[in-house]
Ligand binder design. Structure first.
Ligand code: ATP
Ligand code: MG
Length: 342
């Protein structure tokens, strides 16, 4: 493969050399950097066989296509990740939807579960929660009416990934589950049947620490915590972490925090800058603080159009934090797989 061909592939993916290196590293388990990509593109260094083979191997993720293409991917440990924060409006749904799509462009099979009766993820992906409710095709039917996940799953974004939609009827599950034995484990039990079909399952949680969130955490391996960069940004996070610690002790010892995702960051606002610094300093050495998602109107526009922003405008600088998040999660899961195997 020639340098120009590699550059053409990179440009088609809309990535700079650093981003492209990160993407290759995720797939090939290497540690290439920006300067290495630059040397390959200029012809100063030969492109390794493994890289050339991967890039010309028909992997649809290379061409930016949304169809899953497991060939060429390193082994990934399957994982369920809950997107949770009991504070409302911090970007949970936006993050769950954009992360799901970004993971699918890496060739991973992704399931997004809309775990919130507000059904914002369902609407965000262009579905009508009213129809879900009347057709009994939502998460409530799975948790409470004996339906299997297969009865409600729908593919979204042109087949890029799969959604388990929800509707307002899911709110009833919150009270009905109270009388259920082992009522925090209902979602986990239901997920058991389909656990091998998806590489990553993302759960969008409601803005509270009720039974739906507890079920999501009990069924998950990882938690992503979106935190808005604003005054008192992290106020509710210690309570969420305490809840996670309790669930780890009592029912799910493998639950870990994947990281904090600062959201709606306006780099021009001094308040946002100091909130971001506070989050970074406070959690340094304790948990990953991911690259901040900038505040941009693209997110509301795309959700109004029933699409993830990263699908609507993959080259926009505003969505790169989600591309980076997906790469970091995939890299974490392939490393986890290596540790698991050793
Ligand atoms: N990076 C961003 N820039 C600008 N607006 C954003 C961004 N992320 C999310 N929003 C907007 O902020 C609002 C809240 O976002 P979102 O619904 O994702 O939060 P949430 O935590 O899921 O809310 P809830 O707690 O109600 O479920 C939405 O209108 C969304 O379009
Ligand atoms: Mg939400």
């Amino acid at each position: 493969m020639k340098g120009e061909e590699l550059r053409a592939i990179r440009e088609k993916r809309g990535e700079d050399q650093q981003g492209f290196a990160g993407w290759l590293n995720t797939h090939l388990n290497r540690r290439y950097d920006r300067s290495r990509i630059s040397r390959w593109e200029s012809g100063a260094e030969r492109i390794p066989q493994q890289v050339a083979g991967f890039l010309s191997g028909g992997n649809s993720a290379v061409a930016g296509s949304s169809a899953p293409a497991p060939s060429g991917l390193p082994a990934i440990r399957r994982a369920v990740i809950a997107v949770a924060n009991q504070k409302g409006g911090v970007g949970k749904t936006t993050s769950a939807v954009n992360l799901s799509y970004a993971l699918s462009t890496l060739g991973l099979k992704v399931l997004l579960i809309d775990g919130d009766p507000q059904a914002n993820a369902t609407v965000h992906l262009g579905l009508d929660p009213g129809e879900i409710e009347t057709g009994r095709k939502g998460l409530y039917s799975v948790l409470r009416a004996g339906a299997s996940f297969d009865a409600i799953l729908q593919t979204v974004c042109g087949g890029s990934f799969t959604l388990a939609p929800s509707s307002i009827g899911l709110a009833a599950a919150e009270t009905e589950l109270v009388a259920e034995p082992d009522n925090s484990l209902v979602l986990k039990e239901k997920l058991f049947d389909i656990r091998n079909r998806f590489d990553v399952t993302v759960i969008d949680c409601p803005p509270n620490l009720g039974l739906l969130t507890i079920n999501a955490l009990a069924a998950s391996d990882l938690v992503l915590i979106p935190v808005q960069t604003e005054v008192f940004a992290g106020l509710g996070v210690p309570l969420l972490m305490e809840t996670i610690a309790k669930i780890r002790r009592r029912s799910n010892p493998s639950l870990n925090i994947f990281g904090i995702l600062p959201t709606m960051f306006s780099s021009r606002l001094t308040q946002d800058q100091s909130s971001l610094r506070e989050i970074q300093t406070h959690y340094a050495g304790r948990t990953r603080v991911l690259p901040a998602v900038p505040r941009a109107t693209l997110f509301a526009q795309a959700s109004g159009a029933g699409r993830p922003a990263i699908e609507a405008d993959p080259n926009s600088a505003s969505v790169q934090a989600y591309a980076e998040l997906a790469r970091e999660l995939a890299a974490h899961l392939s490393n986890a797989d290596a540790r698991h195997a050793s």
